[in-house]
Write a protein that binds this ligand. Sequence first.
Ligand code: ADP
Length: 535
Amino acid sequence: MALAFDEFGRPFVIIKEQDQKVRLRGLDAQKANIASGMAVSRILRTSLGPKGMDKMLQSPDGDVTTTNDGATILEQMDVDNQIAKLLVELSRSQDYEIGDGTTGVVVLAGALLEQAQKLLERGVHPIRVAEGYETASRIAVENLEKIAQRFDFGVNNIEPLVQTCMTTLSSKIVNRCKRSLAEISVKAVLAVADLERKDVNLDLIKVEGKVGGKLEDTELIYGILVDKEMSHPQMPKQIEDAKIAILTCPFEPPKPKTKHKMDIDTVEKFQTLRKQEQQYFNNMVQKCKGVGATLVICQWGFDDEANHLLMHRDLPAVRWVGGVELELIAIATGGRIVPRFEELTPEKLGKAGLVREKAFGTTKDRMLYVEHCANSRAVTIFIRGGNKMMVEETKRSIHDALCVARNLIRNNSIVYGGGSSEISCSISVEAAADRYPGVEQYAIRAFADALDSVPMALAENSGLQPIETLSAVKSQQIKENNPYCGIDCNDAGTNDMREQNVFETLIGKQQQILLATQVVKMILKIDDVISPSDF
Ligand code: ADP
């Protein structure tokens, strides 16, 4: 502490920064960090795999989320610890890059930390551990490349893509409908994919959900879905070859901007006023009809008089359509948003092959489907489900499946799941360890052990004996020289993942190993933690 004076001679006390901090240094820092990382990973461990458990998370304002998606669980958890936050980031980066494998990556990172802790306790320097991990991860990634297989798919042969998406969906709550949801996801991705450039713009796929109905009713719409209905119940519910006027001007007489007064003291005056008003509406409807519009989509509302007139003049209309949706409709149908009736021209109309209104069950809910649009490849996946939690979780699962399908279009290599590729990598890393004479080899062996923890978690979560199952599968892989043996989580009777059709993308798996190693290395290199004290 030091006493100083400012320019007016007032005294103030300077407290050195360190006096306010609690510090952890050296091995203590590493151990504390490892412990917090492992705590996070332990939470996710039970969620891994097709028999993994779900987590129910309550937000501060009472919203409840049920999910087994790693990224979502971590996102919703209120994590305070900085190291734990690194793992949250880890899961998020896997989600950004790949979209799937968000639980697996954290479980692997946790296992790597656990193994590192043992080495540190035995006196191995953290930097040696980090270097060993780096070498081992390179060997594992190369091994994945070796055991990867390519498969061909085409627009007429989507089965391989569907199978891979099904593996992703099999560990989610939506497991029951995985076949149909996987097909929907693959068709959606292929609809917007640019197969020549091997690229997919997922922004063109809109995922919408509405509570009600069954999961089986989830459908793919080649077009856009708007949560609105025709403005009058007697308007046609289906319009083919629709020419759509997209308006941001209201269907009503112009209102004067300044205050004014009008006296109507005779019936005649009232009649004239009414006539005038009707004339306005008539003109507006005429303008729309004149340019050939067969449907009007309006951002604003219109009163009953206009509504009635529109119905009479056979011009179906939709009102109160939000700005975002209006824009989407304009893009999809190739139309222009028109701010004034005078500006309507035939070229500004949007075109859609079919616009229809659909009612759901006994509820009064109706939605508008705009399909076979002029020049857009935009598609919508419309999810139905018994409750909000289900719809939201299905959205997340579909997101994973869409990402997997996109990754396969970018790179059509796959590895087999069910822990088989981890076991294969573990065997090859273990074998390579002997080639390294230094202390590094302990770290490389530890990496191999950490890889084993993924199949172990899968076995544990499926109610199998983890150690026995793993050792049996591992020896089978070595004996039969078959890197496709994994954990038979679903009791299908075979542990050859080729027969079970459990695929994962090569880039996804590689990314998991690389990202997990990177984060663990980073944590190991921290030897000083300075944080503000509680007082
Ligand atoms: P993530 O969020 O990491 O994708 P999941 O909970 O989806 O986590 O679990 C994925 C793991 O489950 C992968 O290792 C995958 O290989 C495995 N898996 C998925 N389906 C099966 C199956 N039918 N049999 C065995 N393992 C499976």
